[in-house]
Design a protein around this ligand. Structure first.
Ligand code: ATP
Ligand code: MN
Length: 470
């Protein structure tokens, strides 16, 4: 065995830990790197760079920073075997490094200059990961102490890496990785749905009523035939709740892990530094998003292959707090009367929250500018016609007793919740397409997942949505 891995072996008892055994591999042309978040006696991040068939390793207590002003201490530790880059799991208490390991980021790296690369001196290198990109430097200080620095480049930003709470490989949080280990001991069975292995199927997402991750998987599987036409090749954002609605939930706009059935696309933007967005291609893509704990789906007003041509207008009626449902319904009717006058066919859905959404399939508005203007005009007409009932300006303080006609959804990168999506509110309600006749009967948050599935048996109230040419 390589003498570099000797220390690695000496420190561990491979009868007790599942960490990979020391093994020397051949050199690769493209060099891999991994950063593992290691919650042991002390919380830290391990940076590992492939070199000569092993992983050169540093423990970085605070983890890497995207800010060149930060100088992060990196303590060099023993070389690790190449396979260590795949290790995610727990190391038993009492063993060396006892705790939980999560794959924080991975990808390829390259030295900035191939000549004179000496791991006893400072190294300048480039990372090609998902979360860590661009140029970095490891500066040797004394003994095992180094400094990890971000170099100035377009990837510099204010983001705190602590914002990333999940594994780049499995989408799991630290807690889920621990729980999974406990689970594996009791049951070996993984559920496969639409070709996707569902981990942690029993995880509780909603507590009242009790809804597990697997219930949600089955819901989306059943609703897929109605829902997919609205997701199909349409850019999306999702809300991820890895620990259920009582844990941290976050809006996900960019893809972190590749899976079948999901595609990534580049959309230049001056607001957002990250420019890759994504869409679902088929049912396996939908299920794999749910597997990654995305339970709420939001869609753009355009498709991935026609980014500059929006095709779906959405008006979101946001009532002021405590407004009676009658007034909200009156608002929806007033909006419909204006759309009717313009001979525009419109469709109604519950938001699953506090209001209703009115959706208009439209092909005649050729650009985002005219699309947005048109939506704004309609909201302004409502405000002009009924000033005591509606406002069209989001920033207006005086919204008391009024409904905000949110037309801003109709902006290029804005989203609205997808038809049939579950909402991650206290109880799981669905944003449900309903017929106009049902407006007075169905309240914004009353449709449950079971109701939605039952309703599949009825005639589709949005049946001709995709046939409308206007
Ligand atoms: P409600 O009826 O309760 O208002 P809603 O879906 O209309 O439900 P809003 O808060 O009005 O919710 O938001 C409108 C839309 O704006 C959402 O459907 C969503 O697509 C988008 N949105 C909301 N919050 C965010 C966010 N943090 N990041 C990006 N988009 C968001
Ligand atoms: Mn709303």
């Amino acid at each position: 065995m390589n003498k570099n891995l000797k220390k690695y072996q000496e420190k561990r008892n491979f009868e007790k830990t599942k960490e990979p055994a020391p093994k020397q591999i051949k050199k690769h042309k493209k060099l891999r790197f991994v950063v593992q978040h290691h919650l042991a006696r002390r919380d830290h991040y391990d940076l590992r760079l492939e070199w000569n068939g092993t992983l050169k390793s540093w423990a970085v207590p605070k983890g890497p920073s995207y800010n060149p002003k930060d100088r992060r201490l990196a303590v060099q530790v023993e070389d690790h075997p190449f396979d260590y880059r795949n290790f995610e799991g727990t190391i038993p208490k009492g063993q060396y490094g006892g705790g939980t390991v999560m794959i924080f980021d991975e990808g390829y790296w390259e030295p900035q200059s191939k000549e004179n690369l000496d791991f006893n001196k400072s190294i300048k290198f480039t990372l090609h990961g998902s979360r860590l990109k661009g140029n970095w430097a490891l500066v040797h200080m004394k003994d095992d102490n180094w400094l990890l620095l971000k170099e100035k480049d377009p990837y510099v930003n204010e983001l705190d890496i602590k914002n990333y709470k999940t594994s780049i490989r499995s989408g799991r949080t630290m807690k889920e990785i621990e729980q999974n280990v406990v689970k594996k001991k009791t049951s070996k069975k993984d559920f496969i749905v639409e070709g996707v292995a569902i981990s942690n199927p029993d995880k509780l997402i909603f507590s009242k009523p009790k809804v597990t991750k697997f219930d949600i998987v089955l819901y989306y599987q059943k609703i897929a035939r109605r829902m997919l036409p609205f997701l199909n090749h349409r850019l999306i954002s999702t809300v991820r709740c890895p620990s259920g609605i009582n844990g941290d939930c976050f809006f996900k706009k960019h893809l972190e892990t590749k899976s079948d059935g999901i595609a990534r696309i580049h959309v230049p933007s001056d607001k957002d530094k990250k420019t890759d967005y994504y869409y679902i291609k088929d049912i396996s893509g939908l299920i794999s998003e749910v597997q990654m704990n995305s339970y709420e789906f939001h869609i753009w007003g355009c498709k991935a292959n026609k980014l500059s041509k929006p095709d779906m207008l959405v008006f979101d009626l946001d009532p002021d707090e405590n407004m009676s449902l009658d007034k909200v319904r009156e608002g929806v009717k007033d909006l419909k009367s204006i759309l009717d006058e313009l001979h525009l066919v419109s469709f109604l859905k519950t938001s699953g929250g506090k209001g209703y959404h009115v959706v208009v399939p439209i092909q005649s508005l050729k650009s985002w500018t005219s699309f947005r203007k048109f939506a704004k005009n309609i909201a302004e007409i409502m405000e002009m016609k009924w000033p005591q009932k509606y406002v069209s300006n989001m920033r207006l303080k005086n919204r008391k007793g009024k409904i905000f006609i949110d037309w801003v959804r109709n902006t290029k990168m804005a989203t609205s919740v997808a038809p049939y999506s579950i909402r991650l509110k206290k109880t799981p309600s669905v944003s449900m397409p309903i017929s106009w006749r049902e407006l007075d009967k169905v309240s914004p948050s009353e449709i449950t997942m079971e109701d939605a599935i039952q309703r599949l048996k009825r005639k589709d109230p949005w049946e001709n949505f995709f046939d409308i040419q206007q």
